[in-house]
Design a protein. Structure first.
Length: 179
């Protein structure tokens, strides 16, 4: 294997050596703003503006992306958490704050509960993004999607931190019609 696979895991730490490696680094991160499959194209367009970082793969179902870059050129002397923060800052700026980068979830997938909330009035991509952001920012929401075609918001939640009623209440409070 030519490139080392680095992933953020428990406690958001990277494998040792990230700051001093001359080899290309591959880093798996969560991407916020991936509320529908067609957003992958939008995300790829963001990285056209940042040619030093390449998208190696996109997993929409997990809202995860593998990014490739040369650590020494972009993030020399940064701590692992600072690399994520720098990626997030740049992606947010390039996407007009419609995408962001986070460390991988530390909650096991089997612990997450999938919920669906039927909604009305999401008639464009911007409306879906707004509804998605309302839900995605709630503590305990690990992943969310929004579909105006299907008229629903879905979320994978940590049931110890939130529930369907809290998500629906947040949507209603911000003017989204919950069916």
């Amino acid at each position: 294997m030519n490139a080392r696979m680095l992933t953020l895991g428990l406690f958001g730490m990277l494998l040792p050596g990230i700051a001093s490696s001359a080899e290309p680094t591959k880093l798996t991160v969560r991407v916020t703003g991936m509320f529908s499959p067609d957003r992958e194209k939008d995300l790829r367009e963001v990285f056209v503006e940042w040619p030093e970082v390449k998208i190696a793969s996109v997993d929409f179902d997990r809202a995860e992306v593998v990014l490739g870059f040369e650590t020494d050129k972009l993030f020399a002397k940064l701590k692992p958490a600072e690399v994520i923060a720098r990626l997030d800052e740049r992606v947010r700026n390039l996407s007009n704050h419609t995408f962001g980068v986070k460390a991988l979830s530390t909650v096991p997938k089997e612990k997450l509960k999938r919920i669906e909330i039927p909604v009305a009035g999401l008639d464009c991509k911007a409306c879906c993004l707004a509804a998605y952001e309302i839900v995605a920012k709630i503590d305990g929401v690990e992943q969310a999607t929004a579909s105006f075609k299907e008229g629903r918001i879905t979320a994978l939640i940590d049931a110890d931190k939130t529930d369907k009623a809290k998500l629906a209440a947040a949507l209603k409070q911000r003017g989204v019609t919950v069916k």
